[in-house]
Design a protein around this ligand. Structure first.
Ligand SMILES: [Zn+2]
Length: 67
């Protein structure tokens, strides 16, 4: 079971049989809300959330307004 420390969000095997899907949902809740997800069955796999790359690319690209 995975559950949120900041609100009453949670997911368990009875709610979603696939552990992979539960992990994804937990990550999505964290990304959407910034809440902290805890788990009673182990740690969430160390994978980065799906942050739009365009945001970082836009910030990193130098300005070419002079071209
Ligand atoms: Zn939450």
């Amino acid at each position: 079971m995975k559950y949120c420390l900041n609100c009453d969000w949670w997911t368990s095997e009875t709610d979603e049989p696939a552990a992979r899907v539960r992990s994804r949902r937990a990550i999505e809740h964290h990304v959407e809300t910034g809440h902290t997800i805890d788990s009673s069955e182990g740690v969430v796999p160390p994978q980065l959330p799906d942050v739009p790359h365009e945001v970082f690319v836009h910030d990193l690209l130098p300005s070419h307004s002079g071209d």
